[in-house]
Design a protein around this ligand. Sequence first.
Ligand code: PGA
Length: 253
Amino acid sequence: MRRKLVAGNWKMNGRRATNIGLVQAVSDAARELEGVDVWLAPPAVYLLQVAELMQGGGLGLVAQNAAREQDGAFTGEISAEMLADAGCRAVLVGHSERRSLYGETDAAVAEKFARIQAAGLVPVLCVGEALAEREAEQTVAVVLRQLGVVIDACGIDALERAVVAYEPVWAIGTGRTASPGQAQEVHAVLRAEVARYSGAVAAGLRILYGGSVKAANAAALFAEADIDGALVGGASLSADEFVAIARAASSAR
Ligand code: PGA
């Protein structure tokens, strides 16, 4: 049985003063929850602060991005090795905002994925289609291409130490969630694709849903067979909302 996972992606939000209350509230609540991993992805500048606030709480620290390169002359970049050194457990890679706003290609995503694993961290590979692609019935083709480049570059066994997040771009930050049925359909396609290579890897792979997840829709999503948790953006900035989502994952076991 796959253990549920709820990860909060703060994106470019947070301040030292307000991070304290948010992390403490999530940490206190998560301690009481069984059957769910709770991870937080603050901006890089706050990773060390959040690592310290998390101490002993059992939360997982996640970075939102890592460099494509190793340490060296890459001004402004942060390597996966540095993120490991800062106490991270995982790194988001291929988030649609990175792909669309910062021009990250499939090839860059695959390279970052490999770097993250080489540093001993868990990549959280984000895939998802834009609205026009869904309307053109390209959803399956898009997500299988995004997954396929990573499998081709890193091999199927790499997915044993990874998490996948299905995030339809039209549902991110829009308040428009995919219905549980729509999400499940794509999750099942992703798992079946992995199963073509390895049934064992497919059975163990956690596939999160992301895109306007909130307390009100989380339980219905988590009731689906192939939805193993959520990558939560906006709602992760409210301790009450985020904790309610983690609680829904805990009772969905
Ligand atoms: P959202 O973002 O929950 O605000 O839609 C999800 C994400 O981008 O990870």
